[in-house]
Design a protein around this ligand. Structure first.
Ligand code: COA
Length: 190
């Protein structure tokens, strides 16, 4: 259940970490709460070098009832170009528990695709926790292993994107990251 007034609405901000340290702090705080506290992932792996160069999105709930300038950070993700490819990788998609099932992840994904398009990129990929794949399927993402047309995939991307990295154990397109089964998904955003 939402703890927010019914008049509240969502605003999504995009930024680089160095540009907006307050927003970056809010995004990290959501990720810490969701991935480290709630899901038990290691804090050492949660934050990395990609955070310095990627575009971060932060969703705020805003309500006129709270007065000017008052807002609550409720969700985040990050998006970055994969090497020199035409592919954007979306990651760290997290929405605070009391604010789930209100379309926040969907809106974040939509803005992430706009960001990728603005960079001239034509495809988004992500690693979904196996249990969460329906969230992305509903927004048009497909399992990479289902792809009929292998031209969708850039060879460099596949080697960059996980196969062979530590803590990885392939099982028919599924792989382990920190003990949780994941699948690779993609969406063309032309
Ligand atoms: C997964 C998560 C980001 C979804 O965020 P959300 O804001 O609740 O998602 P939305 O409300 O935008 O839901 C989009 C669609 O996915 C569905 N959905 C949401 N959570 C789902 C879940 N856990 N399993 C299956 N479907 C789900 C919704 O019903 C909705 O479908 P609809 O459009 O038919 O109504 C959020 O639950 C979360 O932060 N979980 C913990 C962190 C996590 O697991 N992140 C993903 C890592 S891959």
């Amino acid at each position: 259940m939402s703890i927010l007034p019914s008049s509240s609405h969502l605003e999504i901000k995009s930024f680089y970490a160095a540009q907006d340290s307050l927003a970056f702090h809010d995004a990290c705080s959501i990720r810490y709460n969701v991935f480290v506290v709630e899901q038990g992932f290691s804090p050492d792996n949660e934050f990395d070098k990609i955070d310095e160069t990627c575009v971060h999105l932060l969703a705020y709930q805003v309500s006129p009832a709270w007065g000017a300038g008052r807002s609550v950070p409720v969700g985040t993700l990050r998006v970055h170009q994969v090497l020199d490819s035409a592919v954007a990788k979306i990651g760290r998609v997290a929405v605070m528990k009391p604010h789930r099932n209100q379309g926040i992840a969907r809106q974040l994904l939509s803005v992430a695709e706009d960001v990728a398009r603005s960079m001239g990129l034509t495809q988004c990929i992500l690693h979904s926790q196996l249990e969460k794949r329906a969230v992305y399927e509903k927004f048009g993402y497909r399992l990479m292993e289902d792809a009929q047309d292998q031209q969708h995939f850039n060879e460099n991307l596949v080697s960059y994107d996980g196969i062979g990295t530590a803590d990885l154990e392939d099982r028919r397109g599924q792989f382990l990251e920190e003990g949780v089964w994941h699948v690779k998904m993609y969406k063309d955003i032309l």
